[in-house]
Design a protein around this ligand. Structure first.
Ligand code: TYD
Length: 167
């Protein structure tokens, strides 16, 4: 199996319901390496870019609001990158099908997901589906310096940008 990287998001329902520990424990069965992790406040722009393949779907607005935390009054997600042999296949399999009612009952989405009365699949986690999506999504959510291995080629840019520092 080839070495892959995949973006994992623990979505606002997963955080609100204190499922982070359970989800990370499940994912640790894969023996993959976590090469990046952070909490992110999701803007509309980030959510729309992440789900741009769904922009013509009737549920687009709802999935944006879901990822932005508007249904769980928690404006944050946990973003991680798992890396290793067959990372995408292994993590997708543990996550289960997109529709929580169709997901294997022992999978993460099968165990914890639900379909809301608005028809949104609250499926707790996001896992990149194929290597091309993983690359696009990882580059969208992370800067190269936030990842402890070199996943994709980088260039050096010199910036004199204002930033905060510890006092
Ligand atoms: P999609 O990218 O098709 O699936 P996946 O997350 O498994 O890669 O869909 C993105 C999210 O949109 C999905 O996680 C939940 C939501 N969604 C719905 O609410 N209803 C739907 O009918 C579909 C297809 C997705």
């Amino acid at each position: 199996m080839e070495t892959q990287a995949t973006l994992i998001l623990i979505k606002p329902d997963g955080l609100k319901r204190s499922l982070t520990g359970n989800i990370l424990t499940r994912l640790s069965e894969t023996k993959l390496e976590i090469v990046a992790a952070k909490m992110v406040r999701v803007s509309r722009e980030l959510a729309a870019e992440h789900y741009r393949h769904l922009k013509d779907k009737p549920f687009f607005e709802d999935v944006l609001r879901y990822l932005m935390g508007e249904f769980h009054d928690r404006r944050k997600v946990m973003a991680l990158i798992y890396w290793g042999e067959g990372a995408i296949t292994k993590c997708r399999s543990l996550a289960g099908a997109t529709n929580p009612e169709e997901a294997d009952s022992v999978s993460i989405r099968g165990s914890y997901g639900r379909i809301t009365t608005r028809g949104v699949y609250e499926n707790v986690v996001h896992v990149s589906a194929i290597p091309e999506d993983a690359e696009r999504e990882i580059k969208l959510w992370f800067e190269p310096d936030e990842i402890i291995v070199d996943l994709y080629p980088t260039r050096t840019v010199v910036e004199s940008k204002e930033k905060r520092a510890w006092i």
